[in-house]
Structure formats: C-alpha cells, structure tokens
Design a protein around this ligand. Structure first.
Ligand SMILES: Nc1ncnc2c1ncn2[C@@H]1O[C@H](COP(=O)(O)OP(=O)(O)O)[C@@H](O)[C@H]1O
Ligand SMILES: [Mg+2]
Length: 255
C-alpha cells in the first residue's frame, strides 16, 4: 500500500511555477528521500502534502484518502517539520510541545510524559530560555520533537539535519529507523547526500520547476552495488544527482 500519492501536482505563486505536473507514489514503510537543487520545489511540495499550502491543480491522496487543507483527521496521523519550523517563539520549549501534544489530541498525562522524555532525549532541558533565545540547532530539535510527539504514521521532514550537531543527527537517524521498521513512513529532504544514501531506501530527484527526473530504489548503493542510468554506472548518490540535475563548474578569476 502507498503511504501517499501525488497526481499531477501544480503549484504556482502568482506567475511563478514552483511545481509543474509532479506525480509520485511513496510506499508505506519506506524511508524516502526527496532531493533536488535549491528552488526546485521540495518545500512547496511538502507544504502541499501537509496542508500548509493549497495546490493550484492536481490531487493528493494520503493513507488511502483524498487530502486537502481541511483534512483534519488525516493531519492528526501525520507529523511535519517544515522548512520554517513553525515554532511559537515567545514560548518555552516545554510549553510549546505541550501545546502541540494537546492540539494533536493526546491526553494531559501522555502529553506531560512525552514532553519530558523528548526534552531529556534531545538535551533541551535548559528551561531558562524561550524558543526565540534558542540557537538554530536547538530550535530545529524542538521542531523535530513537535513533529513526532503524537507518534504519527507519516513523517514529513524538510531538511531536518541541517544545523544539528553530530550526536543529534545520530539520535534522529536511530529514531527514524525505528519508525520505519514499524511500517511507518518517512519523507525527507536533505542536501547531505551521504546521509541520504545511508539512511534512505528510495529517492525521487526533481529539478526546477518541480519536475521529477528520476525515482528509484537506492538500497543497492549501501551494498556496494551500482545504479545504471543513461548508459553509465553510478556507485554513489552524489554523481547520479549531479548527472541528473546538471553539474556546473564556473571559475571566478578574482577568487
Ligand atoms: N512564498 C513564495 N512566493 C513566491 N515564490 C516562492 C515562494 N516560496 C517559494 N517560491 C518559489 O518557488 C520555487 C520553489 O521553491 P521551494 O519549494 O522553496 O524550493 P526548494 O525547497 O526545493 O528549495 C522557487 O522558485 C521559489 O523562489
Ligand atoms: Mg526548501
């Protein structure tokens, strides 16, 4: 079964086409990487998939049901770490996470336990600072906690590892592996291709404006295998990504 399907998705911002006729199906239980250069439409697609943005055209189906910005029942079964993080900055981390837990329908006791366990595990126990006073990495940790607190069935993570220290990344990867081992789905964007290569079992690569150029299983790369494409053999994700998205060298004579 598919965790979600996107059919012919189009998203325009005024006259700017950010996503152009994108179709994609992501199987349940997969750790799925969504890759593309800056400005290729990844965050816009995630916005449409999580109800933060209204698509211009096309259809989205999540967990077998049609999805739109009003699908409250489905939204409770999903977690999202958006690019903009979506934190409420005047609050302390424990207040914000308690608010998110209650909003997702957790009872008070469960919310209290999970907030405390998440803050401990993510080393966010310094309660003297509000979210506005946290470092970027700490804010990202809070956003990650907010995405998982209700134990969702699908997790959408937009560049979750950037600005997080190595210990934090290792912890998050361990949690994500456990999450998919239970049959739940992770959809993740990242520019750190080594991480994607080791973590994800499949990827989709898009180019501007939101056009799918390749989708496939990459688990063979972790087993020293190769992916054949365009008559070439790719043994790592980076050369495949650069081949598909157009590698450029520009020399600046003053640099
Ligand atoms: N709020 C917005 N208003 C206008 N254009 C936008 C807005 N958000 C994104 N875009 C444009 O949409 C395109 C895709 O952006 P985005 O989805 O953020 O790409 P990515 O996440 O892959 O870097 C870019 O051309 C970007 O300039
Ligand atoms: Mg983005």
């Amino acid at each position: 079964m598919d965790a979600f399907r996107i059919s012919n998705l189009v998203k325009k911002y005024g006259s700017v086409v950010a996503v152009d006729d994108l179709s994609l199906a992501v199987p349940s239980g997969s750790m799925f990487g969504f890759l593309g250069p800056n400005g290729s439409g990844k965050s816009t697609t995630i916005g449409c998939l999580t109800g933060l943005l209204d698509p211009t055209a096309g259809a989205i189906e999540i967990l077998g049901q049609p999805f739109d910005t009003n699908s409250i029942g489905l939204k409770r079964r999903m977690g999202v770490m958006p690019e903009t993080l979506g934190l409420f900055e005047p609050l302390y981390a424990h207040e914000f996470l308690a608010f998110v837990g209650r909003m997702f329908g957790l009872d008070e006791a469960t919310t209290r336990t999970r907030v405390s366990e998440l803050l401990q595990a993510l080393e966010l126990t310094d309660s003297s600072k509000t979210l506005a006073e946290y470092s970027t990495g700490m804010r990202k940790r809070v956003a990650f906690a907010a995405a998982v607190i209700h134990s969702p069935e699908i997790l959408f993570l937009d560049e979750p590892f950037e600005s997080i220290d190595p210990a934090g990344v290792a912890l998050m990867k361990q949690w994500l592996r456990r999450f998919t081992a239970q049959g739940r789905t992770v959809f993740i964007t990242s520019h750190v291709l080594e991480t994607v290569e080791r973590l994800c079992d499949a990827v989709a690569i898009i180019t501007r404006p939101g056009k799918l150029v390749w989708q496939g299983d990459i688990s063979v790369l972790a087993r020293d295998g190769a992916i054949a494409f365009d008559g070439q053999e790719f043994r790592a994700l980076e050369p495949l990504f650069l081949h598909l998205t157009g590698q450029r060298y520009a020399d600046l004579n003053w640099l």
